[in-house]
Design a protein around this ligand. Structure first.
Ligand code: ADP
Length: 182
């Protein structure tokens, strides 16, 4: 029989647990753990076979993947995604770059994930990104900076709903979570 906590009842023949061994913590109910961010591996990241490396970094950090797809983004979608930059001189080049090949669009979830993902990604200009960050390790120029990450919780919500339908996001119980959060 499965207990509400997800733990199996000990068989009656099992020896009693020593009182010093504590039961695992109950499922997490902490606010903030459900924060989500939108991450996209840009066409240069896909062409340079960096998908596995980038996914690995977010996975190993402890974040939970809740949505992922490879797609050729339409110009319409990219213009909407970057609409706040439409007055910038590089806007046309940026839309062309982002539509030059497939991108991997992802949604990652976890405590403070928007801010931490930006730290993992590095500065907009790879030349100013520290080694150890994704842009610091894998690219050189601002116009080919391999990855996008939402810059605030509000933009994340907007970007997630722009790139994903609700049924493309999967809620699942991450068994590692109790070893990642206090
Ligand atoms: P970030 O992606 O770090 O949030 P921005 O939102 O300012 O940065 O810019 C969006 C994207 O536009 C950048 O990631 C980069 O691909 C491109 N970009 C920004 N500045 C320039 C620039 N000066 N020249 C060419 N492309 C740029």
């Amino acid at each position: 029989m499965v207990e509400p906590s997800g733990l199996r009842e000990a068989p009656s023949t099992a020896r009693p647990r020593p009182s010093s061994i504590k039961s695992p913590a109950p499922p997490l109910a902490r606010s903030g753990v459900a924060e989500r961010t939108f991450i996209a591996i840009k066409p240069d990241g896909v062409q340079r076979h960096l998908v596995g490396e980038i996914v690995r970094r977010f996975e190993r950090k402890g974040f939970k993947l809740v949505g992922m797809k490879l797609l050729q983004a339409s110009e319409e979608l990219l213009k909407e995604h970057y609409s706040e930059l439409r007055e910038r001189p590089f806007y046309g080049r940026l839309v062309k770059y982002m539509s030059s090949g497939p991108v991997v669009a992802m949604v990652w979830q976890g405590l403070d994930v928007v801010r931490m993902a930006r730290t993992m990604i590095g500065e907009t200009n790879p030349a100013e990104s520290r080694p150890g960050t994704i842009r610091g390790d894998f690219c050189i120029e601002v116009g080919k900076n391999v990855i996008h990450g939402s810059d605030s919780v509000e933009s994340a919500q907007k970007e997630i709903s722009l790139w994903f339908r609700p049924d493309e996001l999967t809620c699942w119980e991450d068994a590692a979570e109790r070893w990642i959060y206090e």
